[in-house]
Design a protein. Structure first.
Lengths: 210, 210
């Protein structure tokens, strides 16, 4: 068993630290965020922090790095109010991961990779063609996080596209049927198989006051 | 292909909606949060929104439901400032999922399930014995989310415990070697196999200005 204290984490080599701490929260969602800038240049970038905030209304959040680095995705969302979420799947792992490279804002990652942009229902931001789940999102609000100068950005689901074969009768989307990926740490990818769905849980009778 | 607009989502049956919207963000982390109340009663509850916020300092966040429902975990963290994160693994899926049942605050989920509490290094909050990754966390700050009355709670990693066989030379924790689970929607569990790690990405030469 290895143990790392706060002091150990502070003092370790920064590359070791980012691998360790990025891995220690568990599996992450694997999404491509599509945006468009004011000149019409599209942008697509991998994010692993998309998190469900609530279902009514349908709200999803994600975290962005400090404002000291170039953030095409953030700037485009702030300017246009629109973005897309596209699930990374088994067929595009390398191209999706490559969108983490720091391209100049004038370069579209759609040109630099085999990822293809797709436009639907007059939505401004580009979807990633072929992704098993695609979401049209609009900006709602953001929170600057004091603890480390990141930003929590919250968006509302405007439209959700999902293939019929992934959709179960009760609304459950079977991600494994779409070969949706998950991220371990910064650079590890897995394509899970659904093991089981468990029932809604109620307290066991012997622990309930009569 | 099924398409759901904002209006469709607003109008659908609430059980269909929570399944659909909880599945649409991708795979989620699967953690048990351990806490202790002022009377010494321990609590453990499943959470699927633990998200990496930053590595230096090591910060993780998660979202809690509106303040209108009983939230033992939140109350205990606010009172004591301490909690643990424990990765759900293949061997405890049913018991981990059962902690979502709404027990009275006086009942410890450690009594109502086969999960065993473990205490280490004089840390107040209980760890879940046998979990492949365990984290001692301390409360840092919280943000009330206006859009849906949830709360983002942020904590700092005080100590991280990880078995040597999961730890790679560069700090990467191989979650699949620990049979760590991931959650699809509200009730779907998978235990992924790592497929590949990809390299750090730099822009392709032909897209870089000379």
């Amino acid at each position: 068993m290895s143990e790392f204290s706060l002091e150990d984490i502070n003092q370790m080599h920064h590359l070791y630290r980012i691998n360790l701490i990025n891995s220690c929260s568990g599996y992450k969602s694997a999404n491509l965020i599509g945006t468009k800038d004011e000149t019409g240049t599209s942008n697509v970038a991998v994010f692993s922090s998309i998190t469900h905030l609530g279902s009514n209304p349908g709200l999803l959040g994600f975290f962005l790095r400090p404002t000291t680095v170039i953030r095409n995705t953030y700037d485009n969302i702030k300017n246009s109010g629109k973005y897309t979420l596209n699930h990374i799947h088994d067929g595009i792992l390398e191209d999706a991961h490559h969108t983490s490279a720091k391209y100049d804002p004038a370069i579209s990652e759609f040109d630099a990779t085999s990822l293809e942009e797709e436009y639907k229902d007059d939505f401004l931001a580009p979807f990633v063609k072929g992704c098993p789940i695609q979401l049209a999102m609009s900006y709602v609000e953001e929170y600057p996080i004091k603890a480390n100068n990141t930003i929590l950005l919250i968006g509302k689901i405007e439209k959700l596209y999902v293939p019929d074969e992934l959709l179960e009768k009760d609304g459950f989307i079977n991600l494994s049927k779409g070969k949706v990926a998950t991220i371990n740490g910064l650079d590890g990818y897995a394509v899970p198989e659904l093991k089981k769905r468990l029932d809604y849980q109620r307290p066991k009778a012997e622990f309930v006051k009569q």
